[in-house]
Structure formats: structure tokens, C-alpha cells
Design a protein around this ligand. Structure first.
Ligand SMILES: Cc1cc2nc3c(=O)[nH]c(=O)nc-3n(C[C@H](O)[C@H](O)[C@H](O)COP(=O)(O)OP(=O)(O)OC[C@H]3O[C@@H](n4cnc5c(N)ncnc54)[C@H](O)[C@@H]3O)c2cc1C
Ligand code: FES
Length: 275
């Protein structure tokens, strides 16, 4: 079915949807779920190996070793990605290789989907569901651990395989996002950590102060300024103290801008104080 949307001239707040079967719906809201597909016309004409994306090896090289591809156009054996975090992971490996270092190769990034509105918190990391057949392969069997607190409206699900975390769903509380993402990307065995995975105790976080800058980790502009006033001077340090920019990475340019302008301002203040 291909719906067509019309906005009423009389009532701009109302949206009517005309379905192809003739039905007219009056929805309360409209959610668009659209994706992106790489435009591979140029690459195909150039004779590069394309599938759904431009196929790359673990060093992000195409079948022409002088041409690298990263980001949304690149198709690695672990799949196609559509996040800035994955693009940055790939950029690092490609840059090392172009400079002649082959020690680092791309192993894939954690597929992260995060609802970027203040509430409700909703996150999925890599696998959202256990594969239907629940089959056991050479690497082990999938297991699910679920936590539900109806009163506090919190739900967490961890998918584990061979004692490694391979997928997570968080609803109502995303304070464990970074810890879970690190556990998935590092691929370390959980061991005793498994018992604490879904304890339900989320670490107490500072409230968002000022304009929201990092939606992944709920960090506001004033939270950043406070840390800079306390002596933080680099993006990495700011990420460690506030977690800003350590999720999908898309806020990093803005975090960097705030850091630079605050550092410049404190330099000026210092200069004035010595006049
Ligand atoms: C609306 C929207 C919201 C998003 N939100 C998030 C988010 O919250 N978190 C997240 O992680 N990701 C998000 N993404 C995805 C993220 O922006 C992309 O995954 C990321 O930008 C991919 O980087 P890239 O370098 O592959 O492509 P791009 O950032 O698109 O860069 C491609 C560049 O190539 C240039 N270009 C194209 N054709 C040519 C040509 N023929 N010649 C020269 N230059 C050319 C373009 O102008 C562009 O500058 C969002 C994307 C969209 C569209
Ligand atoms: S918005 Fe994703 S890391 Fe900040």
C-alpha cells in the first residue's frame, strides 16, 4: 500500500492519509521509517566490485587497491553501516593503512539504534532478537536474560552467546548503553559480570544542564562547560568525564566546538586579568 499524505488548508494540524485502497485515515501522528541506499552508479561505471554497497576488504580497500571506501557506501563482510561511529571506526583503519600500517584491520562496528527524543529511552545494540531457530552452532547457543520492572517502566534484554554479549535492548533506562556497547565490541567473555548484567541498579547520572548536546548519554551544554571550567582541555577527557560523544559519535563536532570556544574564552579572560 502506498499512502499519500495531505495537510488540510483549513486545519494545518490535521493530516489525512489517502491509502491506495481508497481508505482515508486521520492519524494522530506520522512516523517515517526510511533508510538510505548507496548510489553506486559512479562506482559501477569505474568497474569497482559492488553488492548492496561498494565491497571493501578488512583494510577498507575496494578491488582497486588504490581506492578505499568508508561510511554508508562501504560494504564490509560484517555488513553496511549507517552511523557516524562506524564511519569513524572505518576511517581510522583506512588512514592507518594508507600511511603504510597494516597492524589494524576492521572487524565491524556495533549496530546501534537509538531513539533521539528525550523520552522514552529506547536503544538496541547489534542483535535485537535471538535468531528464530535458537540453534546451536560451533560457537555455542544463544541465551536471553531479561529484566522487567513494570512499576518503573524499565525493560532490559541481553542476548548472550558463548559467554559473550551479542545483543541488547534497553527501554526506559539507557544508562548502561556505553558499558554494554563496550562489552559487545570488545567481545570479552562475561564470566562473573553476567550475574550483574541486569541488576537493575543504574548509576546515578548528573541531570542534563542547558541545551541537550549528546542525546546518547544525556549531556547538556552546561554539563560540558562545568567540566571545562574544572580544567578539562581535550575531547577525549571530556568524553571520559561526561560520556559526551562516546555513543554514536554524531554530537562530537558540536562538543568540540563548545570545548574550543570555552577554552578560547578562558584564554582571553586570563589575558585580560594580566593587563
Ligand atoms: C537525517 C539523518 C539523521 C542521522 N542521524 C544520525 C545519528 O543520530 N547518529 C548517527 O550515528 N548517524 C546518523 N545519521 C547517519 C550519518 O549521518 C551517516 O552514517 C554518516 O554521515 C555517513 O558518513 P559518510 O561519510 O558515509 O557520508 P556523508 O556524511 O553523507 O558524506 C558524503 C559526502 O560526499 C559528498 N558527495 C556526494 N557525492 C559526491 C560527488 N559526486 N562528488 C563529490 N562529493 C560528493 C557529499 O556532499 C557529502 O559531503 C543520520 C543521517 C541522516 C540522513
Ligand atoms: S549524540 Fe550520540 S554520542 Fe552524543
Amino acid at each position: 500500500m502506498k499512502p499519500r499524505f495531505r495537510r488540510s488548508k483549513k486545519d494545518p494540524e490535521s493530516h489525512k492519509s489517502n491509502e491506495s485502497n481508497g481508505k482515508i485515515l486521520n492519524p494522530d501522528g506520522i512516523v517515517f521509517a526510511t533508510g538510505t541506499t548507496p548510489n553506486l552508479q559512479l562506482e559501477k561505471t569505474a568497474g569497482l566490485h559492488c553488492n548492496q554497497g561498494l565491497v571493501v576488504d578488512p583494510y577498507l580497500r575496494t578491488n582497486d587497491p588504490d581506492i578505499y571506501a568508508i561510511g554508508e557506501v562501504a560494504e564490509h563482510s560484517s555488513g553496511l553501516y549507517g552511523t557516524t561511529g562506524a564511519t569513524e571506526d572505518q576511517a581510522k583503519v583506512a588512514a592507518h593503512h594508507i600511511y603504510g600500517y597494516a597492524f589494524d584491520f576492521y572487524k565491524g562496528s556495533v549496530h546501534t539504534n537509538l531513539l533521539k527524543i528525550p523520552k522514552p529511552d529506547l536503544v538496541s545494540l547489534r542483535l535485537a532478537d535471538t535468531p528464530m531457530d535458537l540453534s546451536e552452532d560451533n560457537f555455542g547457543k544463544y541465551e536471553e536474560i531479561v529484566f522487567l520492572d513494570r512499576k518503573k517502566r524499565k525493560y532490559k534484554k541481553c542476548i548472550i552467546k558463548a559467554d559473550k554479549l551479542v545483543g541488547v535492548i534497553l527501554i526506559g533506562d539507557k544508562s548502561d548503553l556505553i558499558e554494554f556497547k563496550n562489552l559487545i565490541s570488545s567481545g570479552i567473555e562475561l564470566g562473573d559480570t553476567r550475574e550483574q548484567l541486569l541488576s537493575g541498579d543504574s548509576s546515578a547520572k548528573k541531570p542534563v544542564l542547558g541545551k541537550l548536546i549528546c542525546a546518547c548519554n544525556e549531556v547538556g551544554e552546561e554539563n560540558l562547560c562545568e567540566e571545562i571550567r574544572n580544567g578539562i582541555k581535550t575531547l577525549e577527557e571530556l568524553g571520559k568525564t561526561t560520556e559526551a560523544g562516546t555513543g554514536c559519535g554524531s554530537c562530537r563536532p558540536e562538543v568540540s566546538k563548545i570545548l574550543k570556544s570555552n577554552l578560547a574564552m578562558s584564554k582571553q579572560e586570563f589575558a585580560f586579568s594580566r593587563v
